[in-house]
Design a protein around this ligand. Structure first.
Ligand SMILES: [Zn+2]
Ligand SMILES: [Zn+2]
Length: 159
């Protein structure tokens, strides 16, 4: 893709050039991606997100890699079992290490999400602990059913 061309488009229309794969990511009203902050193809994001509460380092501009999935508003019920919230993508900034949690978008590449989920399930325990300290539980194989149901709906078939 011609980068100089896409920069012109970026000025006139909503969107950004992905810092991960270099592709143009446009905003579209039709699929609920007006607030899209990550690439649907490689899921990378740029560290500019001002919607994350407490994140005031929005001028970092670093590329944020998807490192795993988590569940939003997760807590425990009265039996101490984890409640299921919305599956979210966990991003980590390559530059400053800041972590953010983002909603999946309707046009996110499902294979990419599953690939990323698969590699995150073998995340080192120490790294997993680091997320836990931030209150983020990185999903693992035990959450597979929930991830599939949220991605593909109930009664999904393995693709
Ligand atoms: Zn990308
Ligand atoms: Zn950053």
């Amino acid at each position: 893709m011609d980068i100089s061309n896409t920069e012109n488009i970026e000025k006139s229309e909503g969107g950004f050039i992905c810092c991960g794969c270099g592709e143009w990511v446009g905003f579209s009203d039709s699929i609920g991606t007006r607030h899209r902050n990550h690439c649907p193809r490689c899921l990378c994001s740029r560290h500019l997100d001002k919607e994350v509460s407490g994140d005031r380092s929005a001028d970092c501009g670093g590329c944020m890699d998807p490192v795993g999935l988590t569940l939003k508003h997760e807590g425990t019920d009265k039996y101490g079992r984890p409640k299921k919230g919305e599956v979210m993508i966990v991003h980590r900034c390559r530059v400053c290490g800041e972590v953010s949690i983002n909603r999946m978008a309707a046009d996110d590449d499902e294979r990419e999400i599953l690939n990323m989920f698969a590699s995150s399930s073998s995340m080192a325990e120490a790294e997993r602990e680091n997320f836990k300290k931030r209150g983020i539980r990185i999903l693992d194989d035990g959450d597979k059913d929930e991830v599939y149901v949220q991605l593909f709906g109930k009664g999904f078939g393995v693709r």
